[in-house]
Design a binder for this molecule. Sequence first.
Ligand SMILES: [Zn+2]
Length: 547
Amino acid sequence: MRIFTPTLLAAMLLLNSCAYRNKEADLVVRNARIVSMDEAGTTHTAMAIKDGRILELGAEYQILNRYRAKEVFDAGTRFIYPGFIDGHCHFLGHGLNKQKVNLSGAKSWSEVLSRIEAYAKAHPGTGWMIGRGWDQNLWPDKANPTNDSLNILFPDRPVLLQRVDGHAAVVNQKALDSAGLTTESAIAGGLLEKKDGKLTGLLLDNAVSVFQQIFEDVDEPTKRQALLDAQQDCLAAGLTMVCDAGLDAGTIDLIKRMQEEGALKIRVYAMLADDSTNFERYADGPLISDRLIVRAVKCYADGALGSRGALLLKPYSDDPAAGHGLQLSTREHFVKVAQWCKDNGFQMATHCIGDSANRLLLGVYGEVLQGTNDLRWRIEHAQCMDPADFDLFGKYNIIPSVQPTHATSDMLWAVDRLGPERLANAYAWERLMQQNGMLALGTDFPVEGIDPLKTFYAAVIRKNDAGVPPKGFQMKDALGREDALRGMTIWNAMATFTEQDLGSLESGKFADFIVVDRDLLQVGGDQLKKARVAATFLNGEAVSTGR
Ligand SMILES: [Zn+2]
């Protein structure tokens, strides 16, 4: 037996102390259950962070013994995941919406009207009144609104009320007049509804875009406030990066300035809106920095299912007179943009809801990409697929970018629009994921709520907040829990070319992580529904203490 004499013990301690806490860190996280989302699925109990990046992950004693930290965060045995990335949302739009009349959740058209009247009373004047968020599927008669009552209530003040998906709007006569729209007007890729030879004020897709200018004509202070408001909500929800699906170059400049000022911390993957002035601004190629990346172009192939603007191969089941929906640009246009993207090092991302829109764009992509590649082009939504077309995602390495909460929001009425046969191949997340072994997940907020935990719940449990349907909606296309979490982290990093820096907690990567109060991979469905983000760290900095 070996006996340690006091002097030997002292010498050993001294030796040890040479290595003891000899490394500097800005932050040490301890007492945590860190789900790294690395390839091996490693978990750790502590990590050290310096200059915004992870130095080392490991067992608590190992990290605490090695690092001298300016700050220590005790996670209280809670779970730590990589910061969530929203693969498809409208970051600026969410912020601007906060300045519009909120119509979401209105249970009838008359409730919409009373919210507008209340707003008009509080904000007198003759300026535009813009509302957003109505959804006729929540109303007793499920009928689209017309502008009769708006014309009586507001004969002299222009009003525009966007549907929840932004693809439809109802405007009053004053607004129609201001845009010079009459029964004679024809707009490609858009629709002005007529009844008895008169415009009803209901507009679809490109007819809504006629009013785009009033959305864009917001001054810089308004836009700044909107971006800050959106950031606050995102960080509280555990989002450390957002992919904004369509911004103009001017807004991107503002985001860049606000990031340089330190006001905007969230990472932004900004997709350029399909507009020649944006392309001219980025003719020299993508912009890639730690917090802002501009290397994608967002196009629209069709409209939305709820407003019957989605482009379908066969007519709408519940309204054959509505025809096949709307194609928002010509095939030649999509080929031209695709070629520009390929030539200039940009990723193309196209909104495709209907089976016909998906087929059209998968065909265009295939023609330009010509086989396997690592250009990571994306189809946004990929919502309603013809079964013959799934394989094209694999064939051309196209990433499906889908929004699980669309499935649980739409499921109650989507069967009316599509009929049971087509519905069986809609919201097919698992089959889409299998094409390339990955997919990107997002919310499309403000079309849906901002909360990524709802994305996770909808992806794996496929029920709405009311627990409907009891067994889940088309469960054969539910994602497994690990895959859903990958879709919100590492796969979204891949979909934005940032997997070297983001999407998992590994040494060398940015320290973007969140603290969650329960085990997302294990707890039962009811527990999962109650999961909350307790804190968000971005670049090693605590940016939100959550809710
Ligand atoms: Zn969108």
